[in-house]
Design a protein around this ligand. Sequence first.
Ligand code: PMP
Ligand code: GLN
Length: 391
Amino acid sequence: MKPANTLLSSYGTTVFEVMSRLAIEHQAINLGQGFPDDRGADSVLDAASKALYDPPNQYPPMMGVPELRQAVAAHNKRFYDLDVTWQAETMVSTGATEGLAACFFGLIEPGDEVVLIEPLYDCYLPIIRRAGGIPRPVRVTPPHWELDLDQLASAFSERTKLVVLNNPQNPASKVFTRDELQAIADLVIKYDAYAVCDEVYEHLVFDDRTHIPLMTFPGMRERCVRIGSAGKTFSLTGWKVGYLTAPDHLLAPISKAHQFLVFTTAPNLQRAVAFGLTQDDSYFNSLRDDMKARRDRLSAGLTTIGFDPAVCQGTYFLFVDASRFLRPGEDDELFCRRLVLEAGVAAVPVSAFYGDKGTAPKSFIRFCFAKRDAVLDGAVERLESYLKSAA
Ligand code: PMP
Ligand code: GLN
């Protein structure tokens, strides 16, 4: 029999699916895959159910329903003072994931180089490679995840087509500083490149930090694609509604890929997300403040057990150095398997976020804290009693 596509076949099943499956099989508390365990805001759910009974439920326009595209443009103005023409510069995607794929297929020519910051979200590399791109990863290193600007500069060349920037960054929970963003913008301009900005956690930025889209930097409006997700902003990850903002000359080729990938996204969900984006500030503030309280709760719990979680600057993930609990020869992946099977708590190994697992850090694991208090407390209790007895 002839082989299937060898590049994609070389990848295993994503770590999120693997860990969630194990969590179900072993009745573990799932702090692995990133999803909130509350049901989402009633107002947004109501808007979706009303829209379901308010036809049409047929194919919406391929760029998205006008009310959501208008809401995306208004959201850009309201939070970042970006002037966006909704008809030419916004597009709805089936989750940020499809939006990213449409960017990679729409912008990359075989042989183009793509600069990435590692650790990185797991869908980037396979799709970039499948589109013919050549990844040029630059690492930020735990526990501080500082970006080495010299290394970054040396990853760029005349062959660089684009840089992928995930800010706030999963799994490092890093929020890039203004200086780091300026350095990235300078390189993008110097090498006449583009930036695909995965900003799905834009409303999950904590303490005195603010989210600054790269698109707001001088010269970047014409070079950036900015991607958001209703999954993160409304705690509705199963809806898979994403939204892109980009200048016309980038969005046009991206939409060519989108039209052949999915063409469109469920219309009632789009209309509900349009409502969601126009909610007043109290919605966005309480999303952030609730998540911050959960961050602090899990962080305190993990600290009492003897983990030393770094401060999560943004996203809903905490990563910890598990070195002191690793058995001889055990890495982060084996440790996560042991935890889910024996402690009844699922986490995700951070090495899964690296292209070259051989040289990835092997002692860090990631917990998702977007869970109810009782669930977070239950996880800490299970970990505590297991790690004490297994010591
Ligand atoms: N980018 C990052 C950094 C993510 O963590 C996720 C996970 N949800 C996605 C993209 C995908 O978002 P969506 O579910 O909207 O496809
Ligand atoms: N973004 C989520 C995470 O990092 C997972 C999304 C998925 O399962 N594909 O956990």
